[in-house]
Design a protein. Sequence first.
Length: 346
Amino acid sequence: MARPFESLARSSQLKRLRELAFPTLERHGVETRGIRLVQYEDNAVFLVDAGSAKYVLRMSVRHGRSPQEQRSELAWLAALASEKVVLVPKSAGEGRVITQPLAGWPEPVTSVVFEWIPGTTAPSYSSPGVAEQLGRLTARLHDHAHRYRPPAEFARPSWNFDDVFTGGAALADPKARARLDRAELDLLGRVSAMVGDRMPDRTPADWGLSHADLHRGNLVRTPGGDTAVIDFDDCGWGYYALDIATVLSSVLRVCDARSYARFAAGYLRGYRAVRELPPAMARFDEFLVMRDVIILNFVLSSANEAVLSWGPGRAKEIFELMRAYAETGEYAGHLDVTGMSRTAPA
């Protein structure tokens, strides 16, 4: 009888996943010369060398999306690609979602294969024109989401206040709460109440299908100078302002305050060249908090060795930012967007 997967060391877990990857790729119809690990947190992501082409195999292991949710992700990606809204991964392996049993794990592993997009992840925030380009890209994504009519049985998660705060791992999962001390739990409760009181209504101008994980690491600068958006694993129903907060908070972490202000101005200028800013941007601080609570939920609920290596430090940083928010009502990355008006479409 196989040892429980969760009890294995990271290297042994990866060995078991690699062994499963080859028959999985065969079922996808992808001939394989070799695979290389790209990332292993909740998903295991492998770069696949198929000789004349390269692919990305994503294997959902822990807390993975259901097959129907992943088929829905592929449906939105196909619509984005066919309408040339933004450059996104195209599904390969006949666009199938495949489930396979994993020895020692109670849930099947769900996998999809994408065509690989060559380029450099996390494009430099300081490169000329990048801020405006990313703003336009985000706006086009939101504009399409606003018009998109999902097919029947379309299913994706929701990123509303209840899902992230009151129902999130940090406040609702006993195992996650056990990682926090009393002062941290009290602070999280206060911040949750503050955000809940200020959260705007879900109007069509503010709420729709969103990427939900639009940080710098999920952007790829291609050799041709385009920027692609990857990793739609978290896409779902949410506030457009949360996508904007995710982009800007990821930039804030790698630059100083002056550079952030300059990037944010260019990014929002690019966004407004395509569509109006969501009205919920008036509560931008709350979406910056929401983004960090999503990260906190992930960190506190994960048993993955890679996450455990960086997660506690990140959680400590987030609680420091929350303390300042509880005192001032402003969060790191605060912007005054009052009075920002629409410019002519580009």
